[in-house]
Write a protein that binds this ligand. Structure first.
Ligand code: ARG
Ligand code: ZN
Length: 874
């Protein structure tokens, strides 16, 4: 059943041109196709049959070169159409099928959302629309005619340029679209509906004017400005940074409220989860605004990295996703703060990707096999993939990276290629050997990087020994080519020169990228005139676990002084992590907990360091989360981890009360809401301070939160205050939730927040979960709503999910079983919460496993969920 990367074969036929006619109806849709095929002589013998892919298609008619085929000319199974007796090496095949978007709850292929039609074809959804060679190396030009009722569906959209519109009988109309760029079927899109169009333009670097159109439901017409601005900024940035200009004359974005993922880069017609389009300051937080801009940029950047140059096969997914995440991260860094963005990204990487990489679904960024491709849209392919791209940049420099990109487009524009082609372009453009670098694509798991430093006072040298070692789950590990960014921090807190033998330390660079290629290598720096503190893996220059013996004093010193903002933050994280794990071990034995005052002082120093912006301060005081802590242990006792974390949070809250109050007061922007950088940093710090303060539940802090909640003119402050109030059982919680509900029950995206804030709150147990599960605003058919309640409960509410009686696991498994029949892709995301069962101590591990087994028993389980559950149990 699995497909393997090593089995790749070119397609048996090529497709040059596709013409499609859609007749959209309330009760079924007819799709007619006319496809120009050509035998691929390298693969297919003359006279071989043509085999096309399809799913849930009712075949009405098949003809070849205008002649309808009788029953003997073709045969169809549930997934394949075979056509025999082909007239020659090239021919036109016409088919007509009937499909049912109106009952498509899987949200793959053509489906309905809020009464409109839309599509999602990546990875293998196009075959749910018509019979096709639905694989990314088959690229064709498309001409599409969409016909539908004119009153219900005034807007009929598809890829490319709108070339004709006409009236039809019976109040219907048709629009014809032509996409001149060859594309794989996964980039096909169609949208039909009654939508508001928010328009803008962009003038490209060569002076062309591009029409920009953002389509949303009419009620959301006043939430489009930020999306449009984001698109314009993305277009400009890609021209300036990579010299890449948009190619068509029209760029459309459609927001839909039922969407499995974030968004989709269909050529000229992006379809988005409305969460990543709609933003108004009273309904969307600062973080939401940033996410909208990042996702708009991501999908826009795909036009070059994904669409103009696409993937040869789905094993290569990271070719476009890793690269495009890397590009959107650079964009966000440029638009916001490089340091803050880097820390946010690494925090996410460690919490999700590192966990995935050490669990049952661990895979290389270029997987070797899959059963269901949709299961491999993972943080490994995306986020670790982006880290691997970032390592090229670290090794080659910004300019070298740009040269590699230029060569990549020069060689491969219009082609479907592989990760090896990308690596070859990077190597050739820079005259570098990057053969060893392939191991980042071949090996799964997170390598460990061990660093040992030694200061030789008499000789004034510092020797650094770096050793890489295999992840536990990668038996065939070979040493990677790993860039390790490095510095030495002197006793004053300033960086020291890094001079190799014979160099002058006073003129030497203070930061170097050391290239580790062997298992172990050493570097010696000269002229080191005082005992330094080493700063290893600056900027998180490689996606590895750093292991280094360091005293609390050295960590506190780096936390206070490292010139590398990432390592400065990370020193704090390492310090906290050690403290939290030691406390958790004590808690597990029922021992009393105490917090070293030095830790409190380290945080106090950071809070009062006026060289740091509010976002960096808020990051500095955020403790490593449950996922990061549990990765550091086997036989995790979740109750002990939670107790240790609560204890540290409450202690910091009490000990830093005065500092936190002062910081909040100073940081809060005054006057009406503004979205400039300063105000955003200010709100982030003020709300982090409020959050930490509220951990003790004191009356004056509750009052403060209530005041902020009542007065807020923006979602950032309102949501943060609500987030504090819901932690306190009783009337503060219920009243705030009620008020929020009354104000926002008509806004789906804000209601998602209402569900999520409760689902992650402290007093939220399985009983509370069941109540919300039965709430009239809850539905299993909307992925955003499911993620807000089930997803947040399972992945962010460790107290409730890991309840010692197993009730949390059972509730999530119930949801998975229900979802499996409705929407396998979403079900297969939710079930992953049970994946790390082996990591937990008894009784948790057995209880989790029992639910996985219960899910596996279900008759007719989707292959999406089957693949996850069987690898977890396997
Ligand atoms: N290519 C899209 C993006 O990263 C993701 C689409 C994935 N969809 C899916 N159903 N697997 O922007
Ligand atoms: Zn993407």
């Amino acid at each position: 059943q699995p497909k393997y990367r090593k089995d790749y074969q070119a397609p048996g036929f090529w497709i040059h041109e596709v013409e499609l006619w859609f007749d959209l109806g309330a009760d079924g849709t007819t799709v007619r196709s006319s496809i120009r095929f050509e035998r691929n002589a390298a693969v297919t013998e003359p006279g071989s049959p043509l085999v096309l892919m399809g799913e849930e298609l009712e075949t009405l008619r098949v003809s070849v070169d205008g002649k309808e085929l009788g029953a003997s000319g073709w045969s169809a199974t549930a997934t394949e159409l075979t056509v025999r007796d082909l007239p020659g090496d090239s021919f036109t095949l016409e088919t007509e099928v009937r499909i049912h978007p109106e009952s498509n709850t899987a949200l793959s292929g053509l489906y309905r959302s809020s009464g409109n039609f839309c599509t999602q074809c990546e990875a293998e959804g196009f075959r749910r629309i018509t019979w096709f060679l639905d694989r990314p190396d088959v690229m064709a030009t498309y001409r599409v005619t969409v016909t539908a009722d004119k009153t219900k569906y005034p807007m009929l959209l598809s890829n490319g340029n709108r070339i004709e519109e006409r009236e039809e009988e019976g109040g219907r109309h048709s629009v014809v679209w032509e996409d001149p760029f060859k594309k794989p079927s996964y980039l096909f899109a169609l949208v039909a509906g009654d939508l508001h169009c928010h328009r803008g333009t962009f003038e490209t670097m060569t002076g062309r004017t591009i029409d920009l159109e953002i389509y949303v439901e009419h009620k959301d017409a006043d939430k489009c400005d930020h999306a449009l601005g984001s698109l314009q900024r993305s277009m400009k940035w890609d021209e300036e940074t990579f010299g890449l200009e948009y190619d068509l004359d029209l760029y459309m974005i459609v927001a839909v409220s039922d969407f499995n993922m974030g968004a989709m880069e269909n050529k000229g017609l992006n379809v988005f989860n409305s969460k990543y389009v709609l933003a108004r300051t009273d309904t969307a937080s600062d973080a939401d605004f940033e996410a909208v801009e990042a996702v708009i940029a991501h999908e826009y950047f795909h036009n070059w990295t994904g669409n103009r140059v696409t993937c040869r096969d789905w094993f290569q997914l990271t070719l476009k996703e890793g690269l495009t995440v890397y590009r959107d991260a650079r964009f966000t860094a440029d638009k916001t703060s490089e340091a803050v963005k880097r820390i946010d990204d690494v925090q996410g990487l460690r919490a999700h990707q590192f966990a995935e990489d050490s669990g049952p679904m661990a895979h290389p960024i270029r997987p070797e096999q899959y059963i269901e491709m949709n299961n491999f849209y993972t943080s490994t392919v995306y986020e670790k993939g982006a880290e691997v791209i970032r390592m090229y940049e670290t090794l080659l420099g910004r300019d070298g990276f740009r040269k590699g990109m230029d060569l990549y487009f020069e060689r491969h524009d219009g082609q479907a290629v592989t990760c090896d082609d990308f690596r070859a372009a990077m190597a050739d453009a820079n005259g570098r050997d990057l053969d060893q670098f392939e191991r980042w694509y071949l090996q799964k798991g997170t390598p460990t990087l061990k660093a040992v430093g030694c200061y030789d006072e008499p000789n004034q040298t510092y020797t650094l020994e770096l050793t890489q070692s295999a992840p536990e789950n990668e038996p065939h590990f070979e040493p990677t080519h790993m860039p390790v960014s490095f510095g030495l921090v002197g006793p004053t807190g300033a960086d020291m020169g890094l001079a190799f033998e014979g160099e002058d330390a006073s003129k030497a660079p203070t930061n170097r990228v050391l290239e580790l290629r062997e298992m172990t290598q050493t570097w010696t720096f000269h002229g080191v005139c005082a005992r330094p503190v080493p700063s290893v893996l600056r900027g998180f220059s490689a996606p590895v676990n750093l292991e280094m013996e360091r005293s609390q004093e050295d960590l506190a010193f780096l936390f206070a002084h490292d010139s590398d903002s990432f390592n400065r933050w990370d020193a704090g994280q390492t310090l906290f992590k050690g403290v939290l794990l030691a406390l958790a071990d004590r808690a597990a034995k029922g021992e009393a907990l105490t917090l070293d005052p030095a830790v409190v002082e380290a945080v106090r120093n950071l809070l009062n360091d006026e060289s740091l912006d509010g976002s960096l301060k808020s990051q500095a005081m955020s403790l490593p989360g449950f996922s990061v802590l549990s990765q550091a242990r086997t036989h995790v006792n979740p109750a002990a981890l939670i107790e240790a974390r609560d204890f540290v949070i409450e202690t910091l809250s009490r000990e830093l009360r005065g500092d936190l109050l002062a910081q909040r007061k100073a940081a809060r922007p005054t006057g009406a809401y503004r979205a400039d950088k300063e105000s955003i940093h200010g709100r982030r710090l003020a709300n982090a301070a409020l959050g930490l303060l509220s951990a003790t539940g004191e009356d004056d802090i509750i009052e403060m939160a209530e005041e902020q909640f009542a007065a807020a003119d923006n979602m950032t402050d309102s949501q943060a205050a609500l987030g504090c109030l819901v932690q306190i059982p009783g009337s503060h919680r219920t009243q705030a939730l009620q008020a929020f509900y009354e104000r926002w029950s008509g806004d789906a995206l804000v209601m998602d927040k209402w569900f999520a804030i409760q689902a992650m709150s402290r007093p939220f147990d399985v009983a509370a979960y069941e109540l919300l599960r039965a709430h009239k605003n809850f539905t299993m058919e909307n992925p955003n709503r499911v993620r807000s309640l089930v997803g947040v409960f399972a992945m962010q509410n460790f107290r409730g999910f890991h309840a010692q009686d197993g009730s949390g696991y059972r509730a999530v498994a119930d949801a998975v079983l229900e979802l499996d029949s409705l929407n396998p892709q979403v079900a297969s995301r939710m079930v992953r919460a049970l994946n790390p069962w082996k990591q937990f101590a008894a009784p948790w591990s057995d209880l989790m496993k029992a639910q996985l087994e219960r899910i596996r028993e279900k008759k007719g389980l989707s292959k999406d969920v089957f693949e996850i559950v069987s690898s977890a149990l396997g």
